[in-house]
Design a protein around this ligand. Structure first.
Ligand code: EPZ
Length: 420
């Protein structure tokens, strides 16, 4: 089985460059379907989820090529509106092809994207949006069909903030007749970058970055070359890796303006933070301070995608902390493994009480999702002895090469293939 081995105890020192954002590039790849031409995306991370999305685009008729960190998508000829189930269900973001295919071709038949370890992950809000634009949506036994030759602009009001539902609604509304208003839209940076890219393709979208987005339907889009932003969750992961090891790390290309809530938590932990142009310098302290109360929230609040990584650091804090998970119903997936390393964590409903211990001990743990896996790596960096993280393939869905990055900062860490 693929696994990561890490010997704890090394302070991280040095510089690491933050790569492009997984959650920004995936919706832009879906948006390429709307353009009967070329979409070129720079700073595109070489990670499993991007390869999975490329395979789905090829399956519906796109030509997708990669040259280093640049992906080129030629969507001139879309000849399939029913993506292959075995490809589609490999990642959650494939659900965005429902809005893109409906907008481009007037129909989409997609398998249920399925839930995962962190929650049921329903798509009721996605379906609500498409129905509000006039699509005829049917829930079949193996998936969902959505049809409407020409969608009609309308007012979509979301009962809760949803990144994916907002993105799907915008993708479907780009070509809809008239004007669409989305109320209670998600404002995550990965929504903003999609809307900016769509406007770069000739869409007419206003209210970018706010919770009320207005889309005026257009007849066609044109080619675009777009540079994807740095990954704020990867950068935040390395902030907490520096914090737990008491290290001194410079994060080159860190998106400081889009990770303020994470930086604020690092300051609460006792870290020093300095910013030079596009570099964020994190100085961990020898004593990790507890955080009385932190809850995950929609942007610009503390991201749910950073919750497990913070929990690993708080497991070694000098006191008690409370973390409340308010976005997903089952996202304390790191707790069991951290407790097996000696952490003192109690869960009640969606609140975790973390009482810092003086040391974690290295042992064999198992990754069950992307960010929980990253959190176990962080814990291993500070644990006594060796930690082995099984199922580490989850981690390279969102990190280009976490071992190479951390080894470059002095960590004693290596990736082992299944046959090693
Ligand atoms: C995106 O998922 C991200 N994924 C997630 O990152 C991230 O955790 C999440 O946004 C929240 O920020 C990608 O961008 C590919 P949501 P998404 O719709 O769009 C509920 C990672 O590790 N909901 O904002 O699926 C849902 O169950 C991943 O990179 C409905 O109830 O998240 C959740 O409780 C993990 N009905 C909440 O809304 C719906 O129709 C927020 O989900 C849709 C969502």
């Amino acid at each position: 089985m693929e696994r990561i081995e890490v010997e704890g105890g090394e302070r991280l020192l040095g510089e690491v460059v933050i790569h492009g954002s997984k959650n920004a590039v995936l919706p832009i790849m879906a948006a390429a379907v709307l353009n009967k031409g070329m979409t070129v995306i720079h700073n595109c991370p070489v990670i499993a989820d991007v390869e999975y999305m490329s395979d789905i685009l090829r399956n519906i008729g796109c030509l997708v090529t990669r040259d280093g960190d640049t992906i080129a998508i030629d969507a001139y000829n879309i000849d399939n509106t029913e993506p292959k189930e075995s490809l589609f269900t490999k990642l959650r973001a494939s659900v965005l092809l429902m809005g893109a295919l409906l907008g481009r071709c007037g129909e989409a038949v997609i398998p249920y994207p399925g839930g995962c370890k962190i929650g049921m992950r329903p798509i009721d809000l996605h379906i609500l949006a498409l129905k509000t634009l006039g699509a005829d949506v049917k829930e079949l036994d193996y998936g969902i069909s959505a049809r409407r030759i020409k969608l009609s602009g309308n007012v979509i009001t979301f009962s809760k903030r949803s990144v994916g539902a907002t993105q799907n609604a915008v993708l479907a509304a780009v070509y809809a007749e008239g004007t669409t208003i989305i109320k209670n839209a998600a404002t995550e940076p990965e929504v903003t970058s999609l809307l900016k890219c769509l406007n770069g393709m000739g869409a007419k979208i206003n209210g970018i970055g706010t919770d009320t987005v207005k889309i005026t339907g257009v007849k066609s889009l044109h080619d675009v070359v777009y540079e994807v932003e740095s990954d704020r969750i990867v950068a935040g992961t390395y902030v907490f890796a520096a914090a737990i090891t008491g290290g001194n790390v410079a994060l080159r290309k860190a998106p400081f303006d889009r990770m303020r809530s994470t930086v604020y938590r690092a300051l609460q932990l006792g870290c020093g933070v300095r910013q030079y142009k596009d570099t964020l310098v994190i100085e961990g302290s020898t004593r990790i301070k507890p955080i009385d109360y932190v809850r995950t929230r929609t942007y610009p609040g503390f991201p749910t995608d950073m919750q497990s990584q913070l929990m690993s650091v708080l497991a070694l804090a000098d006191g008690k902390s409370v973390i409340r998970e308010e976005i997903f119903e089952n996202r304390f997936t790191a707790v069991k493994e951290l407790v097996s390393m000696g952490a003192d964590i109690r869960i009640e409903n969606n609140t975790a009480e973390v009482t810092g211990v003086t040391a974690l001990k290295g042992t064999t743990v198992t990754a069950s999702d992307l960010r929980q896996g990253a959190a176990l790596v962080i814990a291993g960096l500070a644990a006594d002895g060796k930690t082995i993280i099984l199922n580490s393939a989850y981690i390279n869905r969102g990190y280009v090469d976490i071992c190479k990055d951390l080894k470059g900062l002095g960590a004693k860490i290596r990736w082992l293939k299944a046959d090693e």
